[in-house]
Design a protein around this ligand. Structure first.
Ligand code: PEP
Ligand code: MN
Length: 332
């Protein structure tokens, strides 16, 4: 249950009420909001005279549900935004990982040429093998910060575990929580206490309900700027790396009030399918795309088979324009 308390209640009283019914207490635009789990269906008697409005739910998808807030949350991204009443589809691109000054600089030049605003590159890579490149760590973050200054790009990068959460939050403009750490409560809490937008990637073995519950985790800590990212789930199919769950995206669009971006790169796992998938995603009417690009994909230290070179990305981007236009979306 979500309860909006009457306007004149003090912080101390709101917290007392929250404690008395075992609820979380959030303050949003001078409004105290109490949140219990969804099994509470009756407004407690003690709050009857002090409640402006309340909502009951069938699941713990509460703050992120359209039943609570019907409109998609607006999320500012530099001088533009997604969600809200706009028709923007943000393009986020960049290499899987920051590998060197030269590589990240070439990536930035490529993005600037294409008019892309957000550079996404990992510095702390969650790898499946301990014997592969794990990222440049803080040196990578410093390079990203330099690139932001030099090229005027916004930076998105992954926060992989709590040991470097503060550093990533300090350096980045947009925090990414990756598929392998979707459930990490330390990361969800750190992101929830920050004031920066968060891209939350869906774990590849998780249900939509589990995914949106993690979004609620972040929101229940105070940060409402959550962007959901579908990046492919594991199915019985092994010819592609994962399976992009477009049915899931349709479900999220219907029931969830958060912007949704899609990452066909990690879903497909191979460069050849990504442009087709990006066009299909765009035709669905989504809030953004995340595409892995690399100046020389064959030399990439992680995810080499799926990264697009400058030419491939440029062709993909151009091919999205008429599709976006046909459904009334602007690529930003
Ligand atoms: C990535 O974005 O480079 C990444 C590791 O993706 P995911 O968390 O979706 O596997
Ligand atoms: Mn990657």
């Amino acid at each position: 249950m979500i309860i909006h308390l009457a306007k004149n209640i003090s912080t101390a009283r709101a917290q007392e009420f929250a404690e008395s019914i075992g609820a979380l207490c959030l303050e949003q635009s001078k409004q105290f909001v109490l949140i219990t789990n969804h099994t509470v269906k009756q407004l407690p008697n003690s709050l009857k005279d002090l409640t402006l409005q309340y909502w009951t739910f069938d699941t713990d998808m509460q703050l992120s549900s359209r039943q609570y807030v019907a409109n998609t949350h607006r999320i500012n991204i530099g001088d533009t935004y997604i969600g809200g009443d706009c028709k923007n589809q943000i393009m986020i691109a960049g290499p899987c990982a920051v590998e060197s000054r030269e590589q990240i600089e070439q990536s930035c030049q490529m993005l600037k040429q294409q008019g892309i605003r957000v550079l996404r590159a990992g510095c702390y890579k969650p790898r499946t093998s301990p014997y592969t490149f794990r990222g440049m760590g803080e040196d990578g973050l410093k390079l990203l910060a330099e690139m932001r200054e030099k090229y005027g790009l916004l930076i998105a990068t992954e926060m992989r575990d709590a040991s470097h959460a503060d550093k990533v939050i300090e350096y980045t403009d947009i925090i990414q929580i990756g598929a392998k750490s979707m459930y990490d409560h330390g990361l969800l809490t750190a992101a929830g206490h920050s004031s920066k937008p968060v891209i939350l990637k869906r774990g590849f073995g998780t249900t939509l309900q589990e995914f949106v519950n993690c979004a609620d985790f972040i929101m229940s800590c105070g940060n409402q700027q959550v962007i959901l990212c579908e990046r492919g789930i594991r199915t019985f199919e092994t010819n592609t790396r994962f399976t992009l769950d477009l049915c899931g995206v349709a479900w999220l669009k219907e029931h969830c009030n958060l912007p949704i971006i899609l990452d066909p790169s990690h879903a497909m796992g191979y460069a050849y399918g990504i442009a087709d998938l990006a066009r299909a995603c765009t035709a669905m009417g989504i809030d953004g795309l995340l595409i892995e690009t690399h100046p020389t994909p064959i030399c990439a230290k992680s995810d080499a088979p799926q990264q697009l070179d400058n030419m491939q990305f440029s062709k993909l981007y151009q091919s999205l324009q008429p599709i976006a236009k046909a459904i009334g979306k602007n690529l930003v």
